[in-house]
Write a protein that binds this ligand. Structure first.
Ligand code: FES
Length: 318
């Protein structure tokens, strides 16, 4: 199964501007397994897919819990989660994917900035469960903006977590050079948070000589989305040679239909796969939940209902 339908079983305010969603299966009692550091793609609104780390205990199979920060610069994703999605909403998500997995190491140093706590918290749960040696440092602007604070202080690993508040006394602020110091071959450093936080950590660690696989990170950045900033591109219909332009704000399938080329559609959200079309040339900008990462990387087929193009011209097998 490439995509799943789940129900929002619980929506909770975790901190100022942060909510969590507990997603449970609609059919059956379990969801595909995940590991610490995994994320899911969530179709939060038509044409808008966002990636969210799963932050519950990775041994759980009955739910995925994600944390979502309201982003004032959001072009629809976090606003939809905060203002439109309610308990009972059915969402389409991908199966869990992990690009930020724990590596075997004698010691792990976990560094979270803001909402970057979500994968880090899952890692802490996992490491605590297997009795591993780790420390977690969690930096936020204030206690009020510290998501999952109660969960952490009530956890079995609370004594291994340090909180650092920007508005708190100087002594409790994160002293990164003192914390990281010289590279230690037995320690792996994990960092997740806003770009500025990650850059600060990686630069500091790099200055001390940390390198390569000793520092693992996950950035939260712009994700696939439909927006007014989409640029136009051309599509060539291979069978006729006809070239048509897909303007910003229009979908490939709609423009094809305007020119008499009908591609069957169903969900029109990149979920069902009905509109999958072979790509003969060019590079698609995938925005679907249907294909796996490996299939996306091949760039030889795409969902023309929602995906766009990274190259000026796409040649489609139509
Ligand atoms: S119509 Fe469902 S993926 Fe395009």
């Amino acid at each position: 199964m490439r995509q799943l339908a789940v129900r929002v079983a619980k929506k909770r305010i975790e901190a100022e501007d942060v909510v969590s969603l507990e997603l449970t299966p609609i059919e059956g009692h379990s969801l595909p397994a995940f590991s610490a550091g995994s994320h899911i793609d969530v179709l939060v609104r038509d044409g808008i897919v966002r990636q969210y780390s799963i932050c519950n205990d990775p041994t759980e199979r009955h739910r995925y819990v994600i944390g979502v920060l309201r982003d004032p610069n959001s072009r629809g994703g976090s606003v939809a989660v905060h203002d439109e999605i309610v308990e009972g909403t059915i969402l389409h998500i991908s199966e869990p994917k992990n690009h930020f997995a724990l590596k075997p190491a004698k010691r792990s140093l976990l560094l979270a900035g803001g909402i970057g706590v979500t994968p880090i918290l899952c890692m802490a749960e996992q490491l605590a469960k297997v009795g591993a040696d780790f420390r977690m440092h969690y930096c936020t602007r204030s206690l009020e903006r510290t998501a999952f604070h109660q969960r952490i202080i009530g956890s079995a690993f609370s004594d291994r977590v340090s909180f650092h508040f920007d508005d708190g006394p100087l002594l409790q602020r994160l002293n990164l050079p003192a914390l990281i110091g010289k590279p230690d071959a037995d320690t792996t450093l994990y960092v997740c948070g806003p770009s500025g936080f990650i850059d600060f950590v990686t630069k500091t660690a790099g200055n001390f000589g940390w390198q390569g696989e000793q520092i693992l990170l996950e950035r939260f950045g712009a994700q696939s989305q439909s927006s007014a900033s989409d640029v136009s591109f051309d599509v060539r219909v291979a069978s006729t040679g006809k070239i048509i332009t897909v303007a910003s704000g229009k979908t490939i399938v709609a423009v094809l239909a305007e020119h008499g080329v009908d591609v069957p559609v169903s969900c029109e959200q990149g979920v069902c796969g009905t509109c999958v079309t072979r790509v003969l040339a060019g590079t698609p900008h995938h925005r679907d939940l249907y294909f796996t990462d490996e299939e996306h990387a091949k760039n030889d087929q795409m969902t023309v209902c929602c995906s766009r193009s990274r190259s000026p011209l796409l040649v489609l097998d139509l």
